[in-house]
Write a protein that binds this ligand. Structure first.
Ligand code: PEP
Length: 244
């Protein structure tokens, strides 16, 4: 269960979140719990999460180790502060910063090189779903961004299916719609990396997941977890998702 804080919270607010959140999920052993705060909060989050069952991830990385790349943060730096995960190609990064499939490959490989677990996002926009292109879009994202990975690299990634029309809109995909997309993605995995890899890969669903709809989603065998935006900002509501 991964929380994406997007561009919310200061270090002081991060501290307050963890104070409230940690006791609420202390008994949770059924899943990994990950919080992905903005870069300036990572240090505070790492300190707060120390010795707990909560891991910390970043929301983005650059593929080089270091260099003249103003405004970017590398996997090497994230590894050095003890970060364990990184979100790659969130739809907001695709939409506002033009991230595309070659970036996904470079970023995923860089994350793995520095010991970070990449959470690679794919998902169709509303007009793509409405025009019946969901599978084409997911297929293109898979072929361009994930299929080029070596099998041993693929074995270490987590995929997040996030239909763009469901992100931050309050419109959750029904469990059936989400499961159908997950099944399609798993089929692509099977064709490229084999049945064992398709069985093993974790595919998270993301898009307006909340305490009151998480149960229905998690009942689907295809859905292995959730990537949660808005509902991860509040300790009680993210704990409600984790402890579904
Ligand atoms: C997200 O940011 O990845 C997300 C799924 O957001 P929300 O839960 O707010 O729809």
């Amino acid at each position: 269960m991964a929380g994406n804080w997007k561009m919310y919270k200061t270090p002081a607010e991060t501290h307050a979140f963890f104070e409230a959140f940690k006791p609420l999920v202390a008994q949770a052993t059924h899943c990994e719990i990950v919080i992905c705060p903005p870069f300036p909060d990572l240090h505070a989050a790492m300190k707060e999460a120390e010795g707990s069952n909560v891991a910390i991830g970043a929301q983005n990385l650059y593929w080089g180790k270091e260099g003249a790349v103003t405004g970017e943060v590398s996997g090497h730096m994230l590894q050095a502060i003890g970060c364990g995960y990184v979100i790659i190609a969130h739809s907001e990064r695709r939409q506002y910063f033009g991230e595309c499939e070659p970036d996904v490959v470079r970023k995923t490989q860089a994350a793995l090189e520095y010991g970070l677990t990449p959470i690679v996002c794919v998902g169709e926009r509303l007009e793509e779903r409405e025009s019946g292109r969901t599978e084409d879009v997911l297929g293109e994202m898979f072929e361009g961004g994930i299929a080029p990975l070596a099998p041993e690299q693929f074995a270490q990634i987590v995929i997040a299916y996030e239909p763009v029309w469901a992100i931050g809109t309050g419109k959750t995909a029904t469990p059936q719609i989400a499961a159908e997309a997950h099944r399609f993605i798993r089929g692509k995995v099977s064709a490229r990396f084999g049945d064992a890899a398709a069985g093993d890969v974790r595919i998270l669903y993301g898009g307006s997941v909340k305490p009151d709809n998480v149960k229905g989603l998690m009942r689907e065998e295809e859905i292995d977890g959730a990537l949660v935006g808005g509902a991860s900002l509040d300790p009680k509501s993210f704990a409600g998702v984790v402890n579904f």
